[in-house]
Ligand binder design. Structure first.
Ligand SMILES: C[S@@+](CC[C@H](N)C(=O)[O-])C[C@H]1O[C@@H](n2cnc3c(N)ncnc32)[C@H](O)[C@@H]1O
Length: 209
């Protein structure tokens, strides 16, 4: 039996898996799944979780290699929470522009009423090339409300909270990229929390999604 009594949490674009590892250690009755398109940074931590518990092993963790565009069907309906922290590349492009097909993939792996938490760290000057390449305009709260919220609704999530996280609170985000970018002037951290809409409220997919 997997220790899933208090829920299943999926971290997409997990990087080196530190968020999953730390949370799983602190919450032994929750089950954590870290997913990333790139398996290499996960090699070390994947070996660690399979050690004996006395040596740092964790029975409540699984790491998977998969892209958000192609999540395994075995995860359908599994997640009570989905986290995406400091996305980059195609993952950033998808969540910051509200790509319908990716949002529907995320909704597909959610249980009823699941929460989706997204944290985006942006520096409009340093990241200008990547933001332009991905077609992301300036990432403001107004942009979230006016453009992203309707797209997220189409993808199956209602945005129930959004805001900017002050630098002083970055330390509460337990990921390697939060530590790496903490204190860098010019970089802002924006969060969005979505709730998976019930199947009755899901809209028909767009023809091209
Ligand atoms: C900047 S890192 C953040 C890692 C971690 N979440 C953290 O906060 O330390 C972005 C991660 O997103 C992953 N990624 C990018 N595109 C992806 C995609 N389409 N599907 C899944 N993961 C993706 C990258 O491989 C990378 O590990």
């Amino acid at each position: 039996m997997l220790p899933t009594g208090e829920g299943i949490i999926i971290d997409i674009g997990t990087g080196d898996g530190v968020f999953v590892f730390e949370c799983a250690r602190q919450n032994p009755k929750k089950f954590y799944i870290g997913i990333d398109a790139n398996a290499r940074p996960l090699e070390k931590i994947s070996e660690k979780i399979h050690r004996k518990p006395a040596k740092g092993g964790l029975p409540n963790v699984l790491f998977l290699q998969a892209a958000v565009e192609d999540l395994p069907s075995e995860l359908d309906g599994a997640a009570d929470e989905v986290h995406i922290h400091f996305p980059w590349g195609s993952l950033l492009g998808a969540v910051a522009t509200g790509n319908e097909s990716v949002l529907r993939n995320l909704r597909r792996i959610c249980a009823a009423d699941a929460l989706l938490e997204i944290l985006i760290g942006c520096d409009p000057v340093r990241d200008v090339g990547e933001l332009e390449r991905l077609g992301i305009p300036s990432f403001s709260l107004d942009y979230i409300d006016s453009l992203l919220a309707p797209r997220y609704a189409k993808g199956g999530f209602s945005i129930i909270e959004r805001g900017a996280l002050p630098q002083s609170e970055w330390a509460s985000v337990q990921t390697s990229w939060a530590r790496r970018l903490k204190g860098r002037a010019g970089r802002s951290l924006t969060y969005m929390i979505g709730r998976a809409m019930s199947k009755d409220h899901l809209q028909e997919p767009s023809a091209n999604s």
